[in-house]
Design a protein around this ligand. Structure first.
Ligand code: NDP
Length: 296
C-alpha cells in the first residue's frame, strides 16, 4: 500500500479562500474589517519570518493587520501594557504574542493578560477550560487545523481509535480534547508511555507531536491508518553544512503502511496560519454579536 499524501498547502489555500469570502460578508454586515494584532519581542529570525507571513496572510484575507515590535530589552510590564492597550482597542479582534519570549518574561503571565475573547492562539486558561468542558472556545491553531484535515479526509470520526503522541498544552492536550469531542476513543501517549509501538498499532488515527525526528516507524502503524505529523525537526542534510526539516514520523517507511499521511514540510505547517485567520474571523463574529458562518 502507498499512502495518500495529505496536501497541507492545498488545504490551507482552500481554508484561506473560505475565510476571505466570509471576511467580505463580515465587512458588509459590521462596517469594519476584522483585525489581528501580532506582537513580536526581540529579533529572533524565525519569529521575524512567522510574523511577516502572518501579516501578509492577514491582509491577503481582507483583514486589518497590526504589527507591534518591542526591543528585546522590553520588560514584562511593557509587554503587558501593550497587551492591555490591544485588549481595549475595538479594531483588534485577535491578539497573538509571538513565542518564544525573552527569558526574563513569563509567557504564562502575558497570556493571562490577553482578553480571552481575543485569544486567537487559544492558549488562555479560559479557552483551554472551555474546550475541556465542551463549550464554545478559541482553540489552538495547530490542533484545530489537524482536526479539520482529518475531518476533510475521513468525514465522521466517531468511534475511531486515535492516539495522540505528546501532551503539550499547545498541541497534544487540545488535540486529544478535539478528538474526544468528535467521539473518537482517545489515547494520549508521552515520554513515560510503555511500549509506544504497541499503543500506536491500535490506532486508526495517529497524531505525532513530539519533536523527535523519524520516531514513529512504519511497522508501528496499523495498515490504512491516517497519520498526522506535527513534528518540525531540523536535521543535517546530505549536503555538507546544510539542514532540512523532517517530521516525527519516518515518512518513507510510514507511507508504505499508512492509508494517508501528512508530509513534512507541506503538511501541518502551512495550514497553521490559515487557521489563525479563521480564529480571528470567528473572534470578530463573537465580538460583534454575530453567528460565525458554518463553513468556518
Ligand atoms: P513539547 O516539547 O512541548 O512536547 C513534546 C511532547 O512529546 C511531550 O508531551 C513529551 O512527553 C512527548 N515526548 C517526548 N519524547 C517522547 C518519547 N520518546 N515518546 C513519547 N512521547 C515523547 O512539544 P510541542 O507539543 O510544542 O511540539 C511538538 C512538535 O510539534 C515539535 O516538533 C514542534 O516543533 C512541532 N510543532 C509544530 C507546529 C506546526 O505548526 N506544524 C506547531 C507547534 C509545534 P512528556 O510530556 O512526558 O515530556
Amino acid at each position: 500500500m502507498t499512502a495518500e499524501i495529505i496536501d497541507g498547502r492545498a488545504f490551507a489555500d482552500r481554508l484561506r479562500a473560505t475565510v476571505a469570502e466570509a471576511v467580505q460578508a463580515f465587512v458588509a454586515a459590521a462596517g469594519r474589517k476584522p483585525g489581528l494584532a501580532v506582537v513580536l519581542v526581540g529579533q529572533d529570525p524565525a519569529s521575524e519570518v512567522y510574523v511577516r507571513s502572518k501579516g501578509k496572510a492577514t491582509i491577503a484575507a481582507g483583514m486589518e493587520s497590526f504589527e507591534h515590535r518591542l526591543p528585546d530589552t522590553a520588560g514584562q510590564d511593557e509587554l503587558i501594557a501593550l497587551v492591555e492597550q490591544l485588549n481595549a482597542d475595538d479594531r483588534v479582534d485577535g491578539i497573538l504574542v509571538q513565542l518564544p519570549l525573552p527569558k526574563d518574561i513569563d509567557g504564562k503571565v502575558v497570556i493571562a493578560a490577553i482578553d480571552p475573547a481575543k485569544d486567537v492562539d487559544g492558549f488562555h486558561v479560559a479557552n483551554a477550560g472551555k474546550l475541556a468542558v465542551g463549550e464554545e472556545a478559541l482553540v489552538p491553531c495547530t490542533p484545530l487545523g489537524c482536526l479539520l484535515m482529518l475531518k476533510e479526509r475521513i468525514g465522521d470520526l466517531s468511534g475511531q481509535d486515535a492516539v495522540v503522541i505528546g501532551r503539550s498544552n499547545i498541541v497534544g492536550k487540545p488535540m486529544a480534547q478535539l478528538l474526544l469531542q468528535e467521539n473518537c476513543t482517545v489515547t494520549v501517549a508521552h515520554s513515560r508511555t510503555r511500549d509506544l509501538p504497541a499503543v500506536v498499532r491500535r490506532a486508526d488515527i495517529v497524531v505525532a507531536a513530539v519533536g523527535r525526528p523519524h520516531m514513529v516507524k512504519g511497522d508501528w502503524l496499523k495498515p490504512g491508518a491516517t497519520v498526522i505529523d506535527v513534528g518540525i525537526n531540523r536535521v543535517p542534510a546530505e549536503e555538507e553544512g546544510k539542514t532540512r526539516l523532517v517530521g516525527d514520523v519516518d515518512f518513507e517507511s510510514a507511507k508504505a503502511t499508512a492509508g494517508a499521511i501528512t508530509p513534512v514540510p507541506g503538511g501541518v505547517g502551512p495550514m497553521t496560519i490559515a487557521v489563525l485567520l479563521r480564529n480571528t474571523l470567528v473572534a470578530a463574529h463573537a465580538r460583534a454579536g454575530f453567528v460565525a458562518p458554518a463553513q468556518l
